[in-house]
Structures are given as structure tokens and as C-alpha cells.
Ligand binder design. Structure first.
Ligand code: SF4
Length: 324
């Protein structure tokens, strides 16, 4: 079995059908013992200081773990991925480009999927079989999400952690499913955590390592983690193309808006935290969410891996107090 890294959620079914172990480099980076050192290493290699911390971390993660190749999502994720891909190629890494179509066109997505399947030598039938297997495991994640917002038995961080892990199922979907079964059984025995301010978190996952714990200590609960939930493909779909067309994250702010609006209403969210990463082009999209969501919204910017800084803490506290 080989190991294949990737820069954001990709059709992981292709890798599993090919007997490859999927490795989301983001999870590897932020879950490392010293993520800031990894970002520093990229700067030492020549990355500009004004590059997003995630990109710097991905660069080092790819070079310091045992992987055979990296799938780089050239369209539908990050404007920096092309340069990331080129600098990894310079280091001798085998790079595989993948692109989500900007216009959300099913034919365009099918073409990208076929190209990836060809690269790994797997058929459509094999990949669809993997999708069916993962459907069952993803269903467990939807239950986990329900336990967060419907019955208040799963914490903000637990929700974030397990949903964000569905990009690579922690390298082993079967093991992941066994763990989820156990966690769900345990969570169902808990007393609900009611009486807290209900928040939504939108945007890329935080580079802060203790954000959810800080929010909970201030009397708030995140009952909707937007992008992390998207990674769990929260839709009943018949085939791969449908699934990755329903997935909103690659298709821009407007594709994401409809999902966010529906979920914040259903989950009775009181306020929204829009997380933006320093030096990320997605910061510009903040003005769209601000105009269109119609709920109190706090824009929270993160730069380096580590704890929430004092200024951000103050802003979060004031926001939660205002909502409470
Ligand atoms: S936070 Fe923005 S700049 Fe950084 S990797 Fe993600 S999309 Fe790219």
C-alpha cells in the first residue's frame, strides 16, 4: 500500500479504490507536535513571510512525511497551490494536479475524475463501490453532527475534529468507523450542554489550536462548522459526480451561501464567526458574507499555529457577551 498526500479534500474514493492510504497534509500539519516550526522551515527554504501559514505548513508536511506523491487541487481551493506544487516538484516530489470546475459543471467534474482514476488505474465501478462503503461511514459523521446541534451532547471541538477528519478518514476508514461507533454510543449517554450562546463557524478550519475550547470557556458552543461539515459530504447522492457537485467548498462564496443560510436557520444560530487566514485571498469574501447572512458576524483572523492571541480573545468575549 502506498501513501498519497493531498492539499485539500479530493475524491478520496479514488485513492481507496487503488489501495492507497490517503493523507490530508493539512491534518498532518496542524496535528504535528510543533506546527509553527514547520511553517518556519518553509520560510527558511525561501517561502516569503507573507505567505499563508497553511501553505507553509503543507510544504513542510509534504517533505517530512513518507508519501509517494501529492495531489494538488489547482482549482477550487487555494490561489497559492500552483506555487506550492512547483516548489514541491523542485524538491523531486511526484505531483498530481486535480481541479474542481469553477462553474460547477458536472461534465467538467467528470473529466477531472476520470483523469484521476486513469492516473491510479482504477475503474468507475471500483470507485463507485468505495463511495457506497464511505456513505455508511459518512452517515456516522452526520449522526455526530446531529448530536452537536440537535441534542447538545457533542462539544464544538469534538464536532470540528471528527468532521475535519473525513477528508482522509485518518488514513483508515474502517478503523475510523469503529471509533465513530464507540464515540456516538458514549456521547448519547451524556447530559446535554444547554444554555450556551449558539455560534456558527464559517471559513477554512482555524490555525488556532485552542479556539473551540476558548469559545466554550466563554459560554458559547459552535453548533455549525461549515467547511468541516462539507468535508463529510452531508448529502444523499447516487454517484461520485453528484456527490462532488453537491459539495459546496470548491465553488466559491455564493455556492457556500445557500448552505450556510439554511444551516444557521435550522440550527438556531445566534451569531457567526467568519474565520479568515492572514494573507489568504478568501479574506476578500468576508464582505459577501457580511452583506448576505443577516446575522451578527465577527471576522476572526488567524496567522500562525498556536493559541488564540489576547486581542482575539477580547474580541470573541465581547461578541459572545453581546449575543448573550
Ligand atoms: S487559508 Fe487561504 S491561502 Fe491559506 S491554504 Fe487555505 S485557501 Fe490557501
Amino acid at each position: 500500500m502506498g501513501r498519497v498526500g493531498f492539499t485539500t479534500t479530493i475524491p478520496v474514493e479514488v485513492l481507496l479504490a487503488a489501495g492507497q492510504e490517503p493523507v490530508d497534509l493539512n491534518n498532518l500539519f496542524i496535528g504535528a507536535n510543533h506546527p509553527q516550526q514547520m511553517a518556519d522551515q518553509a520560510e527558511e527554504a525561501g517561502y516569503p513571510r507573507t505567505t499563508c501559514g497553511w501553505i507553509k505548513g503543507l510544504y513542510t508536511a509534504a517533505l517530512t512525511t513518507e508519501i509517494d506523491s501529492v495531489i494538488a487541487v489547482m482549482h477550487g481551493d487555494c490561489s497559492n497551490t500552483q506555487a506550492l506544487m512547483e516548489t514541491l516538484e523542485l524538491q523531486g516530489m511526484d505531483m498530481i494536479p486535480f481541479a474542481f470546475p469553477y462553474d460547477r459543471d458536472p461534465q467538467g467534474l467528470r473529466a477531472s475524475l476520470y483523469k484521476l482514476m486513469d492516473r491510479f488505474g482504477v475503474s468507475e465501478a471500483e470507485v463507485e463501490r468505495e463511495k457506497k462503503r464511505l456513505d455508511e461511514i459518512r452517515r456516522l459523521c452526520w449522526i455526530w453532527d446531529d448530536l452537536t446541534w440537535k441534542s447538545d451532547q457533542v462539544s464544538s471541538f469534538e464536532n470540528h475534529l471528527k468532521l475535519v477528519s473525513t477528508s482522509d478518514f485518518e488514513g483508515n476508514p474502517d478503523r475510523f468507523a469503529v471509533e465513530m461507533d464507540k464515540l456516538i454510543m458514549e456521547a448519547r449517554q451524556r447530559q446535554p450542554e444547554s444554555g450556551k450562546v449558539r455560534l456558527a463557524y464559517i471559513g477554512v478550519p482555524p490555525i488556532f489550536t485552542d479556539l473551540y475550547q476558548v469559545l466554550e470557556s466563554m459560554g458559547a458552543r459552535v453548533v455549525f462548522n461549515e467547511v468541516q461539515r462539507q468535508f463529510s459530504m452531508p448529502y444523499q447522492t447516487e454517484n461520485m459526480v453528484d456527490q462532488y457537485i453537491c459539495y459546496t467548498y470548491p465553488y466559491g462564496a455564493f455556492a457556500r451561501l445557500a448552505d450556510i443560510k439554511a444551516q444557521v436557520e435550522q440550527r438556531q444560530v445566534q451569531g457567526i464567526i467568519h474565520y479568515t487566514q492572514t494573507f489568504c485571498y478568501r479574506q476578500i469574501e468576508d464582505l459577501i458574507f457580511r452583506q448576505k447572512l443577516g446575522l451578527p458576524l465577527l471576522t476572526l483572523e488567524g496567522d500562525k499555529p498556536g493559541k488564540v492571541d489576547a486581542r482575539s480573545r477580547l474580541r470573541l468575549e465581547a461578541f459572545i457577551n453581546m449575543l448573550g
